[in-house]
Design a protein around this ligand. Structure first.
Ligand code: B1M
Length: 210
């Protein structure tokens, strides 16, 4: 697999080339999850490092993110199970003040691919919106994503609001995102910390098959 060119293409923000390279790899029989784990995610990690080192700025992050989104659209059909009856509902969103949605969208794809219905609240989701969606959709699982050390703190507010609204015992809470650790999830009273989208999918299965 020509993963090196694919990584470079994402790092350079070349959306069209990225899409074509992914399509080519898929046509050659490459596995969508391998493409994701061996090229797409590592490419974004490298973009983050370049940003931290001051070599990339926000515009470079944006174009890389756009290329990443194109790649994800291309692998999406391979990751999504077709015609599967919903195994349960999962409310998902990126927390208040946070605009990063690539990881959240990956979680969505994997969870949908496993046959769950995802209620995607998008980005910058307030605790109130999360709690309302749990009530409206009678969801058994809520998933919150955060990429900033500042915004992850709002996860605690959502857990507390679920409690004060009397719905905490009806729903499991899963949290994830690069700055999080299991200790933080435990501290705020979440049920599960998902390191990656695969763990998130496995936890959804666990919750609904418990
Ligand atoms: Co931003 N950004 N960004 N950014 N950005 C980071 C997160 C950062 C680490 C970069 C760095 O400094 N190295 C840094 C955060 C520092 C910190 O708080 N510790 C940062 C910063 C500082 C910022 C701004 C403040 C920059 C500025 O404006 N000065 C700003 C904040 C905007 C805001 O949100 N309010 C900002 C903006 C942006 C863009 C909009 C330009 C763009 C996002 C575009 C988009 O998402 N549509 C962007 C990007 C692309 C990044 C990096 C480079 C890549 C993030 C990404 O998509 N990774 C990122 C550096 C990095 O993370 N290495 C960075 C790939 C993605 C697949 O990984 O989201 O971690 P991730 O998801 C993983 C797991 O974490 C997990 O599964 C996924 C893998 O399978 N996971 C879950 C995620 N959510 C989960 C939920 C679960 C379970 C698992 O259950 C519910």
């Amino acid at each position: 697999m020509d993963l090196k060119s694919l990584k470079e293409s994402i790092k350079n923000g070349k959306a069209k080339d990225t899409e074509e390279l992914v399509q080519k790899l898929l046509a050659q029989g490459a596995d969508a999850e391998d493409i994701l784990n061996q090229a797409l995610i590592p490419a974004m990690d490298e973009v983050g490092e370049l940003f931290q080192q001051g070599e990339y700025f926000v515009p470079e992050l944006l174009v890389a993110a756009r290329a990443m989104q194109k790649a994800m659209e291309a692998i999406r059909p391979k990751l999504i199970a077709k015609g599967v009856k919903s195994r349960g509902k999962v409310v998902l969103g990126t927390v208040r003040g946070d605009l990063h949605d690539i990881g959240k969208n990956l979680v969505k794809m994997m969870v949908e691919g496993a046959g769950f219905e995802v209620v995607d609240l998008g980005i910058d989701v307030t605790p109130e919106k999360f709690v309302q969606a749990v009530k409206d959709h009678q969801a058994g699982l809520i998933g919150m994503s955060a990429l900033l050390t500042t915004t992850m703190l709002s996860m605690r507010d959502t857990v507390n609001l679920l409690k004060s609204e009397g719905v905490r015992n009806q729903v499991k809470v899963m949290v994830g995102g690069a700055p999080l650790r299991k200790e933080f999830a435990d501290e705020i009273g979440a049920d599960f910390y998902g390191k990656d989208a695969t763990e998130a999918k496995n936890y959804a299965k666990f919750v609904y098959e418990e």
